[in-house]
Design a protein around this ligand. Structure first.
Ligand SMILES: *[C@@H]1O[C@H](CO)[C@@H](O)[C@H](O)[C@H]1NC(C)=O
Ligand SMILES: *[C@@H]1O[C@H](CO)[C@@H](O)[C@H](O)[C@H]1NC(C)=O
Ligand SMILES: *[C@@H]1O[C@H](CO)[C@@H](O)[C@H](O)[C@H]1NC(C)=O
Ligand SMILES: *[C@@H]1O[C@H](CO)[C@@H](O)[C@H](O)[C@H]1NC(C)=O
Ligand SMILES: *[C@@H]1O[C@H](CO)[C@@H](O)[C@H](O)[C@H]1NC(C)=O
Length: 384
């Protein structure tokens, strides 16, 4: 209450008193600056950092740095750590595995990798080293810890590695251009690289294979990060049944010259699609085509012979057909060849003959009277 009223209407005398107080405070500040020169007080400054900035000292070095690599040039701790005028003593704490060496005289830190490798990658996984520089103030006996964080940077010291020595896929010759025919590199089943960041990222490309010169134009990897293989040109089983596609994996180290690679072979077997019909054997090609000339099979039957004495009838050459797509895979998809009598003359042939659908054996059904029939013409059909 009293103060409020004074501020609302201060008298001249009151203002002057406040000015006097302010002058007093300034005097005290000056005095305090003078006291800083007092030996008693600077002793407290020993062991503190002389630099500004964050309390921890943070540096970065490459993995695999050689022994003796300078980590910190000068810790910038107030005090003298050696000699007759020594005011502080320095030592290391939490120096696990002795990775760090301290030179107290210069306050420098060095890497100790004698007889071992500072490896950031598996299985070591040393991604940072943290130690404490312990400073004991020898004048007043206090102790201060200064943290040092050493970040271990990745180097591209590992090449990609394929999980399998080779890869395999089988595709139909009828596969349309543009189809993804292989995605076996997904989910870490392709190449991996234990380096970090881009040094561990993989790109896939198809290389020219001198032993299979058409492979690199028949297949393509449009998205290099995924590595899926896409068909680029039509296949033809009758011309090429197997491709050996050389696939290279490289990491993505920022500098092209640092990139490391590995290669594998993708074997692509072309499976016969059912694009050609069956044909009767033996086949005599018509001119320059893939078509066979019509073939005639012959069989003779003695008149009045009992079927059980002559079946199956002896046909020359034996009735036989093959699928021209000789090797359809898998075999379960290979169509069975089926035979039948399409038509015959005279029309009563069906009473006398039957053809086994699967074996093409011609069977006599009942004895034939030569007075009635001298000749039958049967047209045989095969389909698959
Ligand atoms: C490793 O480096 C430290 C610090 O520079 C050095 O004192 C030491 O002799 C070195 N060790 C070897 C085997 O060179
Ligand atoms: C350096 O590290 C090795 C362990 O590999 C240790 O035996 C040796 O004492 C360390 N040297 C120093 C100076 O700390
Ligand atoms: C395949 O490799 C050869 C040789 O390196 C190259 O000349 C050709 O352009 C490549 N083809 C494709 C489609 O990349
Ligand atoms: C053949 O069939 C005829 C008529 O059906 C029969 O009489 C005969 O015993 C059979 N012969 C043989 C060897 O089975
Ligand atoms: C065709 O021949 C096969 C193999 O000999 C046989 O198992 C099958 O029963 C025959 N079919 C007919 C309709 O006689």
């Amino acid at each position: 209450m009293v103060r409020t009223r004074l501020m609302a209407a201060p008298s001249r005398g009151r203002v002057r008193w406040m000015n006097v107080m302010r002058t007093g405070v300034l005097h005290l500040l000056l005095l305090s600056a003078c006291l800083g020169q007092d030996p008693e007080d600077w002793q407290y400054e020993e062991c503190k950092l002389s630099r500004s900035g964050p309390p921890a000292t943070i540096v970065a070095i490459d993995e695999e740095s050689p022994n003796g690599t300078l980590l910190v040039e000068n810790m910038q701790i107030n005090g003298v750590a050696e000699g007759p005028d020594r005011t502080i003593s320095l030592s290391l704490r939490d120096n696990h595995d002795f990775w760090v060496i301290l030179d107290p005289a210069t306050q420098a830190l060095y890497l100790n990798s004698t007889g071992r490798v500072l490896d950031r990658d598996p299985p070591s996984y040393i991604q940072s080293i943290v130690v404490q520089v312990q400073c004991t103030n020898e004048l007043i006996g206090t102790v201060i810890l200064h943290e040092v964080r050493i970040v271990v940077r990745d180097r591209n010291d590992n090449a990609p590695h394929f999980q399998q020595p080779r890869y395999y896929v089988a595709i139909s010759e009828l596969t349309p251009v543009g189809t993804t025919i292989f995605s076996g590199f997904s989910g870490n089943n392709g190449a991996t690289d234990i380096d970090d960041g881009p040094n561990g990222q993989i790109e896939y490309t198809i290389q020219y294979n001198p032993k299979d010169p058409t492979a690199n134009r028949t297949f393509d990897i449009p998205l290099t990060l995924f590595g899926s293989v896409v068909l680029r040109e039509r296949l033809n089983y009758e011309e090429i049944t197997r491709y050996l596609v050389i696939i290279q994996a490289n990491d993505r180290a920022p500098s092209q010259s640092d990139r490391r690679t590995a290669t594998t072979t993708l074997t692509v077997d072309v499976l016969d699609g059912d694009d050609l019909g069956p044909m009767f054997l033996p086949c005599t090609l018509v001119g320059n085509t893939r078509d066979c000339s019509p073939i005639t099979y012959l069989a003779s039957v003695l008149e009045l012979t009992e079927p059980n004495k002559t079946n199956p009838l002896n046909v020359t050459p034996p009735i036989q057909a093959v699928d021209q797509d000789r090797n359809i895979q898998p075999p379960s998809e290979r169509p069975g060849i089926l035979y039948s009598i399409l038509i015959g003359k005279p029309a009563s042939y069906a009473e006398y003959f039957s053809l086994n659908r699967t074996t093409a054996e011609l069977m006599l059904l009942k004895p034939i009277d030569r007075e009635l029939y001298r000749r039958f013409d049967l047209v045989i059909k095969v389909h698959s």
